[in-house]
Design a protein around this ligand. Structure first.
Ligand code: AMP
Length: 367
């Protein structure tokens, strides 16, 4: 045990927080969905107790795979404050955010959570605010698709993304303003919150990074591409049938497929990750009035399209674990090079937390 640091404000904190250097006095908690299986398994592999918080009806999955030490069942996410948070505080739990966690909770709720939270909370807002996300990535000298302010400006193939659209549903591709209005007015007359982005011809590639503030090192964990319906099914029928059936391309995500990249591209991918982290610290410093410079850490993903000239365009960043890391519960070809145990991103998070606890540096990984 280390000498007790004076507990920060917030009397509801478990008194063991800030004092114990034993990972067993803590708990890694997450919502049962998205990438929870690898997060829970990763915690167990690193010897940190875990907790799955499941909406009633989904708990069977976590029981079946046997990865959860404890399962807490809720009927509705509105029970979070009264039912879940007290349980988290009691267990000294550290929440691991993932895509479903953020969409269930919303940013405001995440900001006000009293339970410990792995990652920088402010960054979740930047990634969901397209203007801020763009500012961040451009400041990091990242190549991005052009954005068109209004349909009349369209002068190349574009992808139209509705902000409410979950997981690529409702996106459409057009070449000019006339085509834009034809699709928009016919299919989405009420929707006015959208982005018009240059459509980049190339292959999608999702780069999974991990940056540990404990060892101060950027790692590439793995790569994936998404299995999207019906973008990935259109090629199964011939062009004239596609036209006859009037099929519109949609990008609803169904699953993830592992990828290994040309080795000569790795230096650029590492450099991109480093620049994104450096820019996040500058931005964090500005947005918190110079009070905080933690910036981005933990798992994150650059969502890219790589062209035939091998230019890498980033169309989005996810500042947390992505479901594309799920094929690598037993590790990836890249983590196999670096680690002598199967290292998933979920396990890498647990190891970061464990090292932070043992080193008395837990605050370094909490947002
Ligand atoms: P998103 O919901 O932004 O992750 O995008 C869903 C899918 O749309 C991606 O997996 C890509 O296949 C495709 N996509 C998104 N933006 C672009 C773009 N600018 N150019 C080409 N394809 C894109």
């Amino acid at each position: 045990m280390t000498p007790a640091k004076k507990p920060a404000a917030g009397a509801s904190r478990n008194p063991k927080r800030d004092v114990s250097r034993d990972p067993k006095d803590y708990c890694i908690a997450t919502i049962g969905s998205h990438s929870a299986l690898q997060i829970l398994k990763g915690a167990r592999d690193e010897g940190v107790p875990n907790l799955a918080i499941c909406k009633r009806g989904t708990e069977g999955v976590y029981k079946s795979f046997g990865v959860a030490d404890e399962i807490l069942i809720v009927d509705d996410w509105s029970e979070w404050d009264k039912k879940v948070e007290p349980e988290l505080l009691k267990r000294n739990a550290i929440i691991i955010p993932h895509g479903s966690f953020i969409s269930n909770m919303g940013h405001a709720k995440v900001q006000n959570m009293k339970a410990m939270y792995y990652g920088t909370k402010e960054i979740l807002e930047w990634e969901s605010n397209r203007t801020m996300e763009r500012k961040w990535l451009l400041d990091a000298d990242i190549l991005m698709p052009r954005v068109f302010e209004k349909p009349e400006d369209i002068d190349c193939p574009v992808i139209v993304k509705f902000h409410g659209a979950g997981g690529g549903f409702g996106y459409f591709v057009v070449r000019n303003a006339e085509q834009f209005y034809e699709v928009k007015n016919r299919k989405y007359p009420e929707e006015n919150d959208f982005t018009i982005q240059e459509y980049i011809i190339g292959v999608p590639l999702y780069i999974h990074y991990f940056f540990s503030p404990i060892i101060g090192e950027l790692e590439i964990m793995s790569f994936d591409k998404r299995y999207e319906s019906n973008a990935d099914s259109i090629g199964r029928i011939k062009a004239e049938d596609q036209l006859a059936a009037k099929i519109h391309t949609s990008y609803t995500i169904v699953g993830n497929i592992p990828i290994v990249v040309r080795e000569s591209m790795l230096p650029e991918f590492f450099a991109m990750g480093e620049r994104v982290i450096a820019a996040s610290r500058r931005l964090h410093n500005t947005t918190t009035g110079g009070k905080l410079t933690k910036g981005l850490f933990g798992p994150f993903c650059l969502e890219t399209i790589v062209t035939r000239k091998l230019q890498t365009f980033v169309f989005e960043i996810s500042a947390r674990i992505v479901a594309g890391t799920n094929p690598f519960i037993e590790g990836s070809p890249y983590t196999a090079l670096k680690y002598d145990v199967p290292m998933s991103t979920g396990r890498r998070i647990a190891r970061d937390i464990k090292q932070a606890i043992e080193g008395g540096k837990l605050e370094k990984v909490l947002g």
